[in-house]
Design a protein around this ligand. Sequence first.
Ligand code: MIG
Length: 663
Amino acid sequence: MIQKYRFGTPIETCAVIKELPVTEEKLPFFEISSKKENTEFVYKMADKDIVYGLGEQVRGINKRGWIYKSCNADDPHHQEDTKSLYGSHNFLLLSGEELFGVFFDYAGTVTYDVGYTHRDTLRITPEDWNLDVYVITGECEKDIVKQFRKLIGRSYIAPMWAFGYGQSRWGYKDAKDIRKVAAEYRKRNIPLDSIYMDIDYMERYKDFTIDEDAFPEFETFCAEMKEQGIHLVPIIDAGVKIEEGYDVYEEGVKNDYFCKDAKGKDFVGAVWPGRVYFPDFLKPETRTWFGEKYAFLLEKGVDGFWNDMNEPAIFYTEERLASVMERISELSKENLDVDSYFEFTGLVAGIGNNVGDYDTFFHEIDGKKVSHSKVHNLYGYNMTKAAGEAFEKLSPEKRILMFSRSSYIGAHRYGGIWQGDNKSWWSHLLMNLQMMPSLNMAGFLYTGADVGGFGSDTMEDLMLRWLQLAVFTPLMRNHSSRGTREQELYRFDNCDTCKKMIEIRYGLIPYLYSEYMKAVLSDEMMFRPLAFDFPKDAAARGVEDQLLLGNELMIAPVYTQNSTGRYVYLPEEMMLVRMRSLSDYETQVLVAGHHYVKAELDELVFFIRKDKAIPIGATAINTERLDAGTLKLFGYAGATYDLYEDDGYTKAYDLDSCIREIV
Ligand code: MIG
């Protein structure tokens, strides 16, 4: 059951697709406590209660013990003490003494003190008191999530080719670089479906332009890559360069499509190209206009995009830069001591992505001026919505790949997300795993992290172990930052082992795609904490580094360096699979309980649940060449599998007619 409670006059977020009546009853579970500065929702947690949810956040599957903040942030340091990442997903699931889900539909900042100040107290503090709260009760965790997902609408569906392996790097500067990547992969017969184009493809970082010197005859280049079975996936940034003669800028100014400053002038911020205007994506007209701009690339043969910098990331605002410069020039005359030195470094460090700037620019909602700070978390969502809505018109038949960095619940209907600028750290491999279920709860099913890590220098063993997790995630993209160690698989001595992992991925794609589509079409989670299927199992409730995948698998990757195995908890009997390649593997049935499982660096380990089997096929150079005729059941003897199969390309998806039983 879902009940909707309203406080004040909330700003419409369009997170929810069902119009529910507002109940007059008293909000259950929470006390509303008013203090001088703020009002909070307070819930007393029992000792063993687990708090699931919050989508894209650091730390564990169980969020207890820390403070989180919904305030979309461009923060490349995903650390234990980080409070906000790129998305705001205000859904929590309490499991323990009570069982309920709660969604705070609120566009501004929300703070979640999940047993940090007091171990037993969950305190939720929205910045003001205009919000809708949905409380969901049900039989079990899965049932509550399913009700919530029905409330927020069906998740975005990616094309099948987006389940292939993708290679990316911030630093491919021209067609020659990209051709080289393609050639190196093809030469070694490593499967590959896509190469990503980062900001360098644009003409001086202007959206919807192509640098003609770097990419002459882009359309032909795109066709050349398609010929090799490779999709090019360009990045689109939120800020629009201020430059006379640049059509996107000029149209935006003329038609009033940009955010305004306090005086009503177009608001000036700065990102890659220097000074930019930010499209007011909260205005339907702006969305229609910006969305149609993607046609520029679609017409050239592109069929996938990633939206970036849409929190929005701001390097500086005119105003702040000016005042900082002024203060620095004063300070430059001083003898910098303990106070003034830190003031100086703080001033410089505080120029970029300063939350204080969110009060200095404005959106137009239903003709009214609204401060950005009130709707900050909706910005990236509406950029993705602009693209998603446009694709329905521009490409009514064919699916277009879209994933975004910033998001809010609701954005899941228009695109996936990736987990942002992680680092080549072992802890971030675990974080990738831990974030999967909470993102699924929030509706983001097409997701994954930068494999191998984005920032800092990767290691070949980290890359291999990371592949052993990413083999299972819908988005499997190797991406890294400029200035870090190059990490295309062919850079490593163990390239051949990496290749085998990619081949296993392609063998698993029919199964993974099938489970993904079933999850999307029935509003379920593809990745679940163990306790969602074994709620009464106390040991399962504590597991933070294993997940259930679909209805047949459990994954438990190795995420520590120099380990040749790990402890795994089996809530029931399962079949251990240890795979070195599609043709070199062993299986072993293990009883329920704790096991030490060996997994050498070149061994992918996963588990098939009791009396289940999955289809595995032959590998192929890309998804288009996968042959369903090669599928064979793998797992418990006698088990069958209901395979969901469609063309992976058009929008003719249907749960009933696309299922075929594999025996
Ligand atoms: O960090 O476009 O998250 O994937 O390579 C700077 C350059 C901006 C952030 C994205 C990252 C991308 C990078 N961008």
